[in-house]
Design a protein around this ligand. Structure first.
Ligand code: 0X9
Ligand code: ZN
Length: 414
């Protein structure tokens, strides 16, 4: 027994020793005026600065994590330029230590009973999906649409009450950006509510739901095991010191035109070519094969409370932008009524920033799915990506009514 405890403690120590540390890293919450926005440009893609949120519009905060070496210089720069800011995290490592403790606390969750009191690992998520398939064989099936770079299955759960594969489909994915942990949790909550609550049968009476809760499982696993703030995939690049591609810059529609980088060490590295990543290529093949059935696409990200629709590559709006905008407004009202904070609605270029190669743009532009949205779920107030596990449950519950609105729309209109 004692020997086993010592072994367990040693394993935890080894795991912790291998983790990327963020001692002394600080997060600045900057509120630039319209004139000041470009003053932050020089810091983008600089190794000492990690933009946790960005915006090219005044009135939206920009959260930047700064490494200890640059903290003083950066603060002086902000003061010199009379910028409004607050330091919201004084030591990022301390926040992650607290999160780790919580993650290590055992919950009563079994593979069957899903828990929203901590963030699940890829393995736990996959066991949950397969357990649903065996408990609800008449409405649930799980299949893999491909394999990740490291060989993990890209699992999709299909929820359908019949129709023999001819009904309209709502496609949802999450976790394309590894560190945005609330996104897979949201997808799992949608699955849980549709399949297990018994309260939303109307939503799959005539529409099928195809949900991939973790589309970048390698990155997600790595953000759990080693580097909490990992964003990209885990593939080898031309620079052995900088693996990984920003999968949300890797889709083949206006690829690399704007807001994407060709340097492997950058967080927005778009890959050596469009669809270089097995994860994005799998989504491409699946979407093209189901082009005629998919009516609505939601991709969950975090953070910042945005309901975004195409285009991300240009400020020109799609011709059906009003339909996209009205539906987003209805979804937003539903989640506000459930207690959520208001979301900012608009095309991603116009309300956030221009960035080409996103899944939303490709799904609409090439996949032919007119209703395509990127949803930036809430962050953790003063915690950024590290939305405390204690807030998962309220966050996903508040947003579910918005998902209902999307579901009802497809039910009524297709
Ligand atoms: O930059 C992104 O990929 C998304 N924001 S995030 O903070 N989660 O990284 C926004 C993507 C919006 N869509 C496109 N630009 N196509
Ligand atoms: Zn994201």
């Amino acid at each position: 027994m004692i020997r086993r405890l010592i072994l367990a403690a040693a394993l935890v120590a080894i795991a912790l020793a291998e983790q990327t540390r963020y001692d002394g890293y600080k997060v600045f919450h900057v509120l630039p005026t319209e004139e000041q926005l470009s003053l932050l440009d020089p810091f983008q893609n600089h190794p000492g600065y990690d933009f946790w949120s960005r915006s090219r519009h005044a009135g939206h905060p920009v959260d930047i994590m700064v490494s200890p070496t640059y903290v003083d210089i950066f603060e002086e720069y902000l003061v010199r330029n009379k910028m409004t800011y607050q330091i919201i995290i004084h030591d990022v490592q301390m926040v992650f230590d607290a999160e780790r403790l919580r993650q290590m606390t055992p919950t009563n969750a079994t593979a069957r009973a899903i828990s929203f009191s901590k963030y699940l690992t890829v393995d736990e998520i996959n066991s949950y999906l397969t357990s649903l398939a065996s408990s609800y064989p008449s409405i649930v099936s799980v299949e893999s649409i491909g394999r990740s770079y490291e060989g993990r299955p890209l699992n999709m759960i299909k929820i359908s009450s019949g129709g023999g594969g001819s009904r309209p489909v709502i496609l949802i994915d999450a976790g394309i950006h590894a560190r945005e942990w609330i996104a897979p949790a949201m997808a799992l909550y949608v699955i849980n509510q549709l399949v297990e609550s018994g309260n939303h049968k109307d939503l799959y009476a005539s529409v099928d739901w195809h949900i991939i809760p973790v589309i970048n499982p390698d990155g997600y696993a790595y953000s759990h095991s080693t580097t909490r703030l990992w964003r990209k995939t885990r593939s080898q690049t031309s620079n052995s010191r900088c693996p990984g591609v920003d999968a949300n810059r890797n889709f083949g529609f206006h690829w690399m035109e704007v807001g994407a980088s060709s340097s492997p060490c950058d967080e927005t590295f778009a890959g050596s070519k469009a669809f270089s990543e097995p994860e994005t290529a799998a989504l491409q093949s699946y979407t093209l094969a189901n082009k005629n059935r998919i009516k609505l696409y939601l991709t969950f990200h975090s953070y910042g409370n945005y309901l975004l629709y195409p285009w991300g590559y240009t400020s020109t709006l799609p011709s059906d932008w009003k339909t996209l905008d009205d539906l987003a407004k209805a979804a937003n009202s539903a989640q506000v009524a459930a207690g959520g904070d208001r979301y900012t609605i608009g095309s991603s270029t116009n309300v956030l920033y221009a960035a080409a190669g996103g899944s939303d743009d490709w799904v609409k532009g090439v996949g032919g799915v007119s209703l395509s949205y990127t949803i930036e779920l809430p962050g953790g107030g003063w915690y950024g990506f590290d939305l405390p596990a204690s807030s998962i449950s309220s966050t996903v519950k508040e947003f579910f009514p918005a998902v209902r609105v999307f579901g009802e729309y497809v039910t009524k209109n297709y």
